[in-house]
Design a binder for this molecule. Structure first.
Ligand SMILES: Cc1cc2nc3c(=O)[nH]c(=O)nc-3n(C[C@H](O)[C@H](O)[C@H](O)COP(=O)(O)OP(=O)(O)OC[C@H]3O[C@@H](n4cnc5c(N)ncnc54)[C@H](O)[C@@H]3O)c2cc1C
Length: 308
């Protein structure tokens, strides 16, 4: 609704600009940034979090607090694996549930999408669907582990707002198909062989064709205007981000039993952990997924209050 009413906010020049701006804030405050470095263990001493050890054995020490932007299973079962934490935390971390996956298709277009109704050019991120029944069916098929026969998804054309993202006259479009099984066990339409559920290039291409067929019904110059595409599969999401489990883009299922006071875990209903100077933030914590900065803001307020 917010996107329909207010439009789709995007950083000018590409999404990376947002990450770069946030990084610059850290650098401006004298912080350092270590890309391609995996935190392996959080070091505790006398029930305080005192540092982080990386997979290469380097150690970084903390003066005030450690803030982990991780899912609870990574935090308790991996980063704190050598420590004795309370049994309910460990048990619940083992049971933390991930949601379904996402297939995101990026299109390079020889021209802007030609919607039959030009008002769609101003809608942030419209859904393409047959209606509520079609939407419900696609989700039910995804929940059953099947590729949806008629996927429901969103499209957004960021070059409508920011032409600098493509060469003059050209356009780009993002198609976001949510509620896709991370490892499909079958195809609801019975036409795509999913093999053992691995997102092979063939499976990815066949599913992309299915999605583009639906797009073409709503936007007549697709797929003829497509000059290139690149697809992010659940497997790629899992590979790039240890917080996404098997490929959940939203850092853990947001079902009711894992939301609000139950997020991230019933035994830890907030950002503070049982180690009093170790905090958690990110999609697995309240208020959940999305580029909203909400959990970071909450944790920052807590840190400011405890600063000596
Ligand atoms: C394909 C896709 C499309 C999306 N589209 C949208 C959208 O349009 N709008 C929207 O609002 N949201 C969208 N989301 C969701 C949004 O990106 C996430 O909810 C959000 O990024 C979560 O932010 P976060 O701060 O929890 O951390 P993340 O963005 O998950 O970042 C955590 C970082 O920590 C790193 N990390 C994890 N463990 C370790 C470790 N042990 N050591 C070192 N580094 C580690 C990860 O690699 C990652 O870089 C999308 C997500 C995906 C995958």
């Amino acid at each position: 609704m917010a996107l329909m009413g207010g439009g789709m906010p995007i950083p000018e020049g590409g999404s990376e600009k947002l990450a770069q701006a946030l990084l610059q804030l850290i650098l401006d405050q004298g912080g350092t940034f270590r890309p391609n470095t995996l935190a392996h263990r959080i070091i505790l001493k006398n029930k305080r979090a005192v540092g982080v050890r990386t997979t290469s054995g380097e150690e970084f020490h903390a003066k005030q607090a450690i803030v982990a932007s991780t899912s609870p299973d990574q935090l308790y079962l991996s980063l704190l694996a050598d420590e004795s934490m309370s049994p309910p935390l460990i048990e619940q971390a083992k049971q933390f549930r991930y949601g379904r996956g996402c297939v995101q298709i990026h299109l390079a277009l020889s021209e802007a999408p030609r919607w039959p109704d030009t008002r769609f050019n101003k809608v942030g991120q419209p859904h393409l669907t047959d209606g509520l029944d079609g939407f419900t069916q696609a989700i039910a098929q995804g929940m059953a582990g099947l590729l949806p026969a008629k996927p429901t998804f969103t499209v957004d054309c960021s070059t409508n707002l920011d032409p600098s993202r493509a060469p003059e006259g050209k356009a780009i479009m993002r198609i976001q198909v949510l509620e896709v099984p991370c490892r499909p066990t079958g195809d609801a339409a019975g036409r795509i062989n999913v093999g053992d559920g691995t997102w092979t290039p063939d499976l990815t291409e066949r599913f992309t064709e299915r999605v583009l067929e639906v797009v073409g019904k709503h936007i007549p110059n697709i797929p003829s205007a497509v000059i290139g595409h690149s697809v992010v599969t659940p497997a790629a999401i899992a590979r790039f981000n240890p917080n996404s489990g098997p490929g959940d883009p939203y850092g853990g299922s947001h079902d009711l039993a894992q939301s609000y006071l139950f997020r991230p875990l019933q035994a830890q209903p907030g950002h503070r952990t049982e180690i009093h100077n170790l905090y958690m933030l990110g999609a697995a914590t309240w208020p959940g997924h999305g580029i909203n900065g909400g959990s970071g803001y909450i944790v920052a307020q807590k840190l400011l209050k405890t600063k000596d």
